[in-house]
Design a protein around this ligand. Structure first.
Ligand code: SAH
Length: 259
């Protein structure tokens, strides 16, 4: 069982746990997925596989029942391409096209657990959340189960469209997909109870801090002075931003502008 520090523990480095970019991996088409899956997709089998994945997440130290429940419910195999379906529930990052990756289940669960930080509203949910880097839409679907509203921004048109397509059948009324540069946040949805970044920048943009509610948290992979990425958690108090640097991670870079 892996023991990991919780917020506000402080670590300078740790084992590598993040999503490794695999820019050159082959990308089978999405429609091939529908042709290959038996009617009803992976069906009941996929629930059994997810249950095993959740047991593994719990053994690795994820303890928030809301996070484990959401990870057990969202069909990760619907977000990856045909050739990768058999790996959908393994603890591995996977290519999603345009040189980007979907993080390991363990990293997604860990970051959402940190984002929640034990905070909930009367319904046991976090309030409005902003996700930077929609990618294939998987993490947005998980967030939709633990937050009241999810605003998710993607800077690559191709992935924004792909996420829209992937999420269509899930009919998540509380997920709002946005095409744009997430480095400037999304002021219209502010203030946010949580902001979660799926790409690593040199620092946490001021816009995210400005758009965070008091009591809210930012969870973001960030490049440290040694040039390596670490998971950073920022918490806004009425008087200051509290920062905590956790384990080393490997996310795709946070880039400015759209493409
Ligand atoms: N959460 C995603 C992971 C996507 S990988 C999922 O579940 O699939 C990170 C994504 O961040 C990439 O798609 C990349 O294009 C995007 N990204 C990088 N910089 C960005 C920015 N400034 N604004 C919005 N998206 C950005």
């Amino acid at each position: 069982m892996t023991r990991r520090p919780g917020f506000p523990a402080k670590l300078d480095s740790g084992p590598s746990r993040g999503a490794a970019p695999r820019p050159n991996a082959p990308q089978p088409s999405r429609s091939a997925l529908d042709r290959t899956l038996p009617p009803g997709g992976l069906g009941l089998d996929s629930q059994a596989v997810r249950t095993r994945m959740v047991e593994k997440l719990a053994a690795q130290g994820i303890s928030d029942a809301r996070v484990l429940g959401a990870m057990g419910a969202v069909e990760r195999h619907r977000f990856v391409d045909t050739a990768l379906i058999t790996q959908a529930y393994e603890d591995t990052s996977l290519p999603i096209g345009l040189g980007q990756t979907i993080s390991k289940p363990n990293v997604v669960a860990r970051m959402i657990e940190l984002l929640l930080g034990g905070r909930t509203d009367a319904q046991g949910r976090l309030g409005r959340v902003l996700e930077i880097g929609t990618g294939c839409g998987y993490q947005a679907a998980v967030l939709a189960r633990v937050a009241s509203e999810v605003y998710s921004i993607e800077r690559l048109r191709g992935l924004h469209d792909k996420a829209r397509e992937n999420l269509r059948t899930f009919r998540l009324a509380n997920v709002h997909l946005l095409f744009g540069d997430g480095m400037v946040g999304y002021a219209k949805g502010a203030p946010y109870a949580g902001i979660i970044a799926a790409a690593g920048g040199q620092s946490v943009p001021q816009a995210w801090i400005d758009q965070l509610a008091v009591g809210g948290r930012i969870v973001a992979p960030t490049v440290m002075a040694d040039g390596k990425q670490a998971l950073v958690v920022l918490e806004k108090t009425p008087h200051e931003m509290k920062q905590c640097v956790l384990e080393a991670v490997h996310f795709v870079p946070l880039k400015s502008g759209i493409a």
